[in-house]
Design a protein around this ligand. Structure first.
Ligand code: ARG
Ligand code: ZN
Length: 875
């Protein structure tokens, strides 16, 4: 049953054209697919035509217009095989019947609040019609959609609209769309419904006029403006940064309320989770705006990295996802503050990908085997995949990287490509050998890098000793050394960088040391005074770095490092080291006071007017409970971590109170809300200051938060204040939550915030609260956003309550997974993945997590999705 990369074979039959006729009906949609097939010269000669299906009912099949004899084919709900087809080009016409209303998996054709929509990646097209559902079969699609005019006045599909009109003598109408670009079936999409449209226009670099449309539920067009703006900026940016121009006359985006993931890059017709389209100052936070911008860009950028060049097979998923995440990160960095964006991206990587890489679900950026591909849309494939592309750029430099990308677009346009194809472009364009670098795609786990420095006063030199290790991960016991581009600086006593001249007289190119061996040393000359090394600048490699830097040296870097990422990271490193120690102390009932140096460093950061407020806000946020758990790595007691962290935040709030109050006052809003990065940064710092001031529950801090909540004129401030009250003010909490709900009860996306916040409260009463909310009118097991907001947040963020010592948190989530599995296996499997770090827990909690996992594993009839996650988690 497992699929292996090493088993890849080209398809036996190719499909050149697909003509679809889809007659929409709520419970009985008729799909007629006319497929122009021909034997693949690279396939096996004389083979049958095997088409994938999933829960399909076959109504009719003809070959070149003639009905097929019953003995000429075998049809089941999951496959259609034409047994002895003539070995030449032929036309197969297949009629199937599907029920979009009963489709709770949200894969294939389904209805979301009455709107017909599709999701085909990875293997959803086979739920619409029988087809070779694999990304290396590329065809030109023509799609006719027909529906009741009343029910679905809007009819959309990929490509350009070629025809539309009424179906004579009926209440139905139709539209015909043609997509000239050959594509794999996972990029197919259609939409039918009653939707409002926001329109705009974009003229490409070579003068092609493109009609842009964003479609939303009736009445919500007023919230689609930011998405449209982000789309236009993305289109321009891709031309400027990568020379990628749009290639159709229309580009449409549709926002739907029920969606398994974030969004989908269907050719010319992106379908979005409405959470990543709809925004207004009253309903969306600054973070929501930033996510919308990033995801609109991500899906748009797939037009070249994913669509024009697609993947040969699903093992190559990172080829489009890692690369496209890298591209959207760069876009956001250019639109906003580059250092702050880098900090946010690395935080996400460490909080989501590092634990994945350290646990039972670890897999390489390019997996070698899978049982359920939907379980591989992971932080490793996406975020670590993006880091690997970023390292290529660091190694090759700006121009060398661009040359490789240009060659990739040039050489592989129209192809279903592989990671090897991708790397070969960079190797060929730069005349370099990337064989060892390719290990980043093959070896799972986070490399550890230990670095120590030695200043030789007499020789006026500085030596860095670097060693790398990579621990065994599931299925990989022996590892080879990786290529690690380590960006470094030597910071002199005056805070200025020293020139990096190696002892052989060469310069460390662009400040990057190339680590390729288990152990290596680098000696820098002309170092007259003892420097402080700044290591892995900009997080140039996704590694876990340990160094011999003292707290005093880290404080120095936090104040002076020219690299903003390391300036931030130095403070985090001090805080994390303290939290690890304080957690140990907390387990024996002791309290440990935080290092004076940390308080001072944060104080001076807070008062440094040369710094970007958004950066200061990041520096003020202490590592999360999950960060501390990961750092401890074994025998983890979440309650002790929580206590230690709470105490640190309280101390910081008290010690820095005057500076925090000043920052709060200094960043008061001026004028109406605007989502731009500068305004958002000011709000971030003001809110971070409020948060620390209230962290210990001081009456003054709480009163300030209450006022902030009541006076807020935008969701960022209102929700932030509500969070402060929910976490730090048990007495003010309920009234504030109730007021918030009353105000926004008709707005599901805002209600999600309200659900998620309650799921995060670190108190024993939270489990009962969350359980109660599952029966609240605002909650629904059938909407993925609701489930993720309430149950997903509880399991992934609330460390103390999910991992309750009595096991009730684990049981609750296991029950939710079982409840969901029958309805929507993808959402259930994702929820179950919250158990991924269960082995690091202390023995009691570890046992309860294991019991919960075994209970899930023992349930008969599990979906492949959940069964795959649970079996790997227990392996
Ligand atoms: N390609 C989409 C994106 O990252 C993700 C779609 C994944 N969907 C799924 N059901 N696995 O932009
Ligand atoms: Zn993507």
């Amino acid at each position: 049953q497992p699929v292996r990369l090493s088993d890849y074979r080209p398809p036996d039959w190719l499909v050149d054209t697909v003509d679809l006729d889809v007659r929409l009906h709520p419970t009985a949609t008729r799909v007629i697919a006319r497929l122009g097939l021909r034997p693949n010269p690279e396939g096996r000669e004389g083979s049958a035509i095997t088409l994938d299906g999933d829960e399909l009912a076959l109504k009719a099949v003809t070959l070149d217009g003639e009905p097929l004899a019953g003995s000429a084919y075998v049809a089941t709900s999951s496959a259609l095989t034409i047994l002895a087809p003539p070995q030449r080009a032929l036309v197969l016409e297949i009629e199937t019947l599907v029920d979009p209303s009963a489709n709770t998996k949200l894969m294939g054709l389904y209805r979301s609040s009455g709107t017909y929509c599709t999701q085909c990646e990875a293997e959803g097209f086979r739920r619409i019609t029988y087809f070779p559902d694999r990304p290396d079969v590329l065809a030109v699609y023509t799609t006719r959609i027909e529906a009741e005019r009343e029910e679905a006045p809007v009819l959309l599909a990929n490509g350009n609209l070629v025809e539309s009109g009424d179906v004579e003598g009926t209440s139905r109408h139709y539209a015909v769309w043609h997509d000239p670009w050959p594509k794999p079936c996972y990029l197919f999409a259609l939409v039918g419904g009653r939707l409002d449209r926001v329109s705009d226009e974009f003229v490409t670099a070579t003068g092609r006029k493109v009609d842009l449309g964003v479609y939303v539920e009736p009445g919500k067009a007023g919230r689609a403006g930011y998405a449209m703006d982000a789309l236009k900026r993305s289109m321009r940016w891709d031309e400027e940064a990568f020379g990628c121009e749009y290639d159709l006359d229309v580009f449409n985006i549709v926002a739907v309320a029920d969606f398994n993931m974030g969004a989908m890059e269907n050719k010319g017709l992106n379908v979005f989770n409405d959470k990543y389209v709809l925004a207004s100052p009253e309903t969306a936070t600054d973070a929501d705006y930033a996510n919308i911008e990033g995801i609109i860009a991500h899906e748009y950028f797939h037009n070249w990295t994913g669509n024009r060049i697609t993947c040969r097979d699903w093992f190559q998923l990172c080829l489009k996802e890692g690369l496209t995440v890298f591209r959207d990160q760069e876009f956001s960095a250019d639109q906003r503050s580059r250092p702050v964006k880098r900090i946010a991206d690395v935080r996400l990587l460490k909080s989501h990908q590092f634990p994945e890489d350290a646990g039972p679900l670890a897999h390489p950026v390019r997996p070698q085997v899978y049982r359920e591909i939907n379980n591989f849309y992971t932080a490793t494939v996406y975020e670590k995949g993006a880091e690997v592309v970023r390292m290529l750029k660091t190694l090759l430099g700006e121009e060398g990287f661009r040359a490789g990308m240009d060659l990739y677009f040039d050489r592989h346009d129209g192809d279903a490509a592989t990671v090897e194809d991708f790397l070969a472009c960079f190797a060929d364009a730069n005349g370099v050998d990337l064989t060892q670098f390719a290990l980043w795609y093959a070896q799972s786990g986070t490399p550890k890098l230990a670095v120590s420095g030695q200043w030789d006063e007499a020789a006026r030199s500085f030596r860095l000793d670097v060693s790398q290790t990579l621990a065994p991960t599931p299925g990989q016991s022996d590892k080879q050394p990786m290529v690690i581009p380590l960006a470094v600086g030597l910071v002199g006593p005056d805070g200025e960088d020293l020139p990096l001249v190696l002892d052989d007289g060469t310069n460390a190119e662009r400040g990057v040391l190339l680590i390729t061996q288990p152990k290596q040393s680098f000696v820098f000359r002309d170092v007259a005074e003892r420097p402080v090394p700044s290591l892995n600048r900009g997080f140039s490699a996704p590694v876990k770095l340990t160094s011999d830097l003292s707290t005093a040296e880290l404080v120095f870097l936090a104040r002076h490092d020219a690299d903003p990422f390391n300036r931030f990271d130095a403070g985090q490193t001090i805080a994390l080291a303290y939290l690890v120690e304080a957690t140990t102390a907390a387990r024996t009932g002791r309290a440990l006071s935080p290092p004076e140096a940390l308080v001072e460093a944060l104080g001076s950061t807070l008062e440094d007017s040369a710094l970007d407020p958004a950066f200061i806000a990041q520096a003020l946020s202490v590592p999360s409970e999950g960060d501390v758990a990961r750092e401890i790595g074994t025998d983890v007691d979440p309650d002790a971590i929580h206590d230690a962290r709470k105490a640190l935040r309280q101390t910081l709030g008290e010690a820095l109170a005057p500076a925090l109050k000043a920052a709060y006052a200094r960043h008061a809003p001026s004028g109406a809300y605007s989502p731009d990065a500068d305004s958002a940064g000011r709000r971030a710092l003001r809110n971070a200051s409020l948060d620390l001031l209230a962290a210990g529950g001081s009456p003054e801090g709480i009163a300030r938060a209450v006022g902030h909540f009541e006076r807020a004129d935008n969701m960022t401030d209102r929700f932030f204040a509500l969070s402060v009250l929910a976490h730090s003010a048990p007495d003010a909490r309920e009234a504030a939550l109730a007021a918030f709900y009353e105000r926004f009860r008709d707005d599901p996306l805002v209600v999600d915030k309200w659900l998620a916040l309650q799921a995060q409260i670190a108190e024993p009463g939270t489990l009962a609260r969350v359980g109660g909310l599952t029966t609240h009118a605002a909650f629904s097991w059938s909407n993925p956003n609701r489930v993720r907001a309430l149950v997903g947040t509880f399991a992934s963020i609330n460390q103390t309550q999910f991992h309750r010592a009595d096991g009730a948190g684990h049981d609750f989530v296991a029950d939710a997974v079982l409840e969901l599995d029958a309805r929507n296996p993808q959402v259930a499997a994702r929820l179950l993945a919250a158990f991924k770090s269960w082995r690091v827990l202390e023995p009691g909690r570890r046992a309860s997590a294991e019991r919960a996992l075994r209970r899930v594993a023992d349930r008969p009839g599990l979906s492949p999705d959940v069964s795959d996650i649970v079996s790997r988690s227990l392996e």
